[in-house]
Design a protein around this ligand. Sequence first.
Ligand code: BJW
Ligand code: ZN
Length: 262
Amino acid sequence: MDVRTVGALRIPEELRGALRAAEHVVVLTGAGVSAESGLSTFRDRQTGLWERFKPEDLATAGAFERDPALVWGWYEWRRAQIARALPNSAHTAIKALGERVRLMTLATQNVDDLHERAGSTVVHHLHGTVADPFCSGCGRPFQAPQQRRDASGEQLHLEPPRCSDCGARIRPGVVWFGEMLPRREWDIVERAAMDCDLFISVGTSALVYPAASLMRRAIARRVTTVQINLAHTELDSRITFVLRGPAGSILPELVKCVYPDQ
Ligand code: BJW
Ligand code: ZN
């Protein structure tokens, strides 16, 4: 398989051709796509959220049962950060790509809304969003509370609101470890991974399943695969084009050289 690692701002001619010819492109994004908007990734050394917080204390249903105020406060703190963040040039380039390719399926593991705010209209959120809390008892959707002014500083302990129907606690609308992904979103994206002729993975460590299986399926189908990441990942040796560098530089360059009128 053609494996090449290129510096930012140098896109191989074979990749340009593959993108021009593609009938169905899947783009899967992870926390790295929002890093240049100032939002922390999870697993990056020193800056990743899991360097400062333990996933088992914050990102499981058991953690929410044990200490709902800790978990709710953490997600409210992140929701405030997301509200202050702006989409970056990677989000904008993905939106532009979606307007040029014949068919694009955009899937994200991110719980922010930066793809939407960059103008992408159909975004499949595989791990939910911080904007859609729901009742932990009856499942009823809950209107996200007004953004708290004091949530802008450090993380707070905040008692979650209660459901007006059943009285159970409202929980963040994200997918925690051990939980199923939203069925409809997963089915669409899984089918797209089996149908596409080009798969682009951006800013994800590709360690969390089942999202991590999507790129592996594309590799197994021998379709053209592209990985845009600052760092090495365990999939690099099996990917057609490894573009190493910041997504906010590489994606606009990729779009510009394939569609120079952009
Ligand atoms: C840049 C950049 C720049 C930086 N430019 N690049 C073994 C096999 C299969 C499954 C499992 C298994 N063992 C355990 C499981 C299950 C588990 C899992 O996968 N665990 C793994 C850790 C092994 N998965 C689950 O539990 C999932 N559900 C499930 O499997 O259901 C079935 C089931 C049901 C019941 C019982 C058992 C199974 C659910 C997973 C939910 C993940 N949730 C989280 C947190 C909630 C959302 C939130 O709070 O935001 O989702 S975890 C966290 O990781 C978050 C992310 O969406 C997810 C992925 O992280 P991502 O996006 O890849 O970020 P990073 O930080 O890892 O990587 C960033 C990358 O960007 C890096 O590579 C950087 O280099 C790069 N980068 N800046 C380009 N500027
Ligand atoms: Zn309820």
